[in-house]
Write a new protein. Structure first.
Length: 68
């Protein structure tokens, strides 16, 4: 098993590059918090709770992916 920090950093790096290439964020914008959560999610219930938190508990919606 690997440590979560390198996986988190790789995800953030790849995602930032993709957001910039898509024109969603500018070159000088920093879309991520300084660190991030690296807790282990061992059970399906834990993953579901983490998804719910990420989708519904982060404040106002920044943008929509819907075509409306």
């Amino acid at each position: 098993m690997c440590k979560p920090e390198p996986v988190l950093e790789a995800f953030k790096s790849y995602s930032t590059r993709a957001l910039r290439n898509a024109g969603v964020i500018g070159m000088s914008q920093k879309p991520w918090a300084r660190h991030g959560s690296t807790i282990y999610l061992w059970k399906e219930r834990d993953v579901a709770k983490a998804i719910e938190y990420a989708m519904l508990s982060q404040g106002d919606e920044l943008f929509s992916l819907d075509d409306d």
